[in-house]
Design a protein around this ligand. Structure first.
Ligand SMILES: NC(=O)c1ccc[n+]([C@@H]2O[C@H](COP(=O)([O-])OP(=O)(O)OC[C@H]3O[C@@H](n4cnc5c(N)ncnc54)[C@H](OP(=O)(O)O)[C@@H]3O)[C@@H](O)[C@H]2O)c1
Length: 330
């Protein structure tokens, strides 16, 4: 793996000289399009499906909006920022039949290459240019004069310029202000999906719900239980983000730290077999197959689980507290 690269190390010409199609205008699509334009990429087209609720926003932001197939005809490089589970369908229906020979493909997640949703022809440069974080943060960091950490990888280098394209794209997002590192499609996909399932989303929500219910069984009122198992996650997460876990322990009370050290071992042992099963499921591709199948069946399973999560008593318990926080936050 190569060294960390910064803005000054990178030539933006590979993106400034191309017509770039941004497919999707959600969280990442909008931030990418705006940052690229602000960094001097003049030929940015936004490509959306029929009836997209984001068309008006893209037009209000001053972009030319086309259909997906037209963008594939015109672009020198396509940045596929639509939902990962739709990549196979978009590729088969719109890009593959219409693309210019030699057109490059830029992805922001390793998912669709690692799990075979897209099989690009040999004439395509295929690169990963992943700004690590939620799409809105790509723009917010850029506007503050910073950027998110960037990761690049090359899946196919047909032109000999694939690495330079990935680096130029990430630098145009502002990632070179924070540092750009090399990865592989496989590493990015597995780390991202395992991390969000085991810890960042699945793990945190499971621990918070279980903790909330434990406090209720111990006779604590719901509002108080919510504060101590959900609301305060932010304060601990912010400390870990800026100081690391060891720094977080130093910043909290000794009572909290002593108690945490006493229980962490038992919690880790309890979840280890679950995490091993999650890892096997993600690495084997079984998770990706189930998710794409659910997407193709109208996301019935996702929607049912989303409704069940919204009905959990933890949501009602926190409603007033969240409303109060929203009123205080400028
Ligand atoms: N590397 C990282 O750390 C990281 C982090 C977050 C996200 N990402 C990646 O960024 C990409 C976009 O994520 P996001 O958060 O921006 O998603 P998002 O906000 O949900 O936006 C999704 C966009 O995809 C479009 N779309 C969905 N299904 C489509 C279909 N069948 N045909 C055409 N367009 C479709 C939506 O179209 P409409 O406008 O019509 O609704 C929307 O514009 C994904 O590849 C994701 O994995 C990477």
């Amino acid at each position: 793996m190569s060294a960390v690269l910064y803005q000054a190390d990178i030539d933006l010409a590979p993106v400034r000289t191309r017509t770039l199609a941004i497919i999707g205008y959600g969280n990442h699509g909008r931030s990418h399009a705006l940052n690229l334009r602000d960094m001097g990429v003049e030929r940015v087209i936004v490509a959306l499906r029929e009836g997209s609720p984001n068309r008006a926003r893209a037009e209000a932001d001053g972009f030319e909006v086309t259909g997906l197939s037209e963008a594939a005809v015109r672009a020198d490089a396509v940045s596929l920022l639509a939902a990962d589970e739709a990549h196979g369908e978009i590729w088969r229906t719109h890009i593959a039949p219409n693309r210019k020979p030699g057109q490059a493909l830029i992805l922001c997640h390793g998912f669709s290459i690692e799990y075979g949703l897209i099989n690009p022809p040999a004439d395509a440069d295929v690169v990963l240019a992943a700004a690590k974080g939620p799409g809105g943060a790509v723009r917010e960091a850029f506007e503050r004069g910073g950027g998110l950490l960037g990761f690049w990888a090359v899946h196919q280098d047909a032109s000999g310029g694939a690495r330079d394209l990935a680096l130029a794209y990430l630098a145009a997002l502002g990632c070179g202000r924070a540092g750009i590192r090399q990865t592989s499609f496989r590493e990015e996909a597995l780390a991202d999906i395992l991390g969000e399932q085991a810890v960042l989303v699945g793990g945190v929500c499971a621990l918070a719900r279980e903790g909330f219910e434990t406090l209720l069984r111990a006779g604590i009122r719901p509002e108080m239980a919510y504060i101590d198992t959900v609301h305060e996650i932010k304060y601990i997460a912010d400390l870990i983000h800026t100081r690391g876990m060891a720094g977080m322990y130093e910043a909290i009370s000794d009572t909290a730290e002593f108690g945490a050290h006493e229980v962490e071992g038992a919690i880790r042992e309890a979840v280890r077999p679950v995490f091993e099963a999650v890892a096997a499921d993600v690495i084997s591709g079984d998770f990706a197959r189930r998710w794409v199948a659910d997407y193709e069946a109208g996301r019935k399973s996702l929607m049912a689980r989303r409704r069940a999560a919204a009905d959990h008593p933890v949501e009602a318990a926190g409603a007033d507290i969240r409303a109060g926080s929203a009123r205080r936050t400028p």
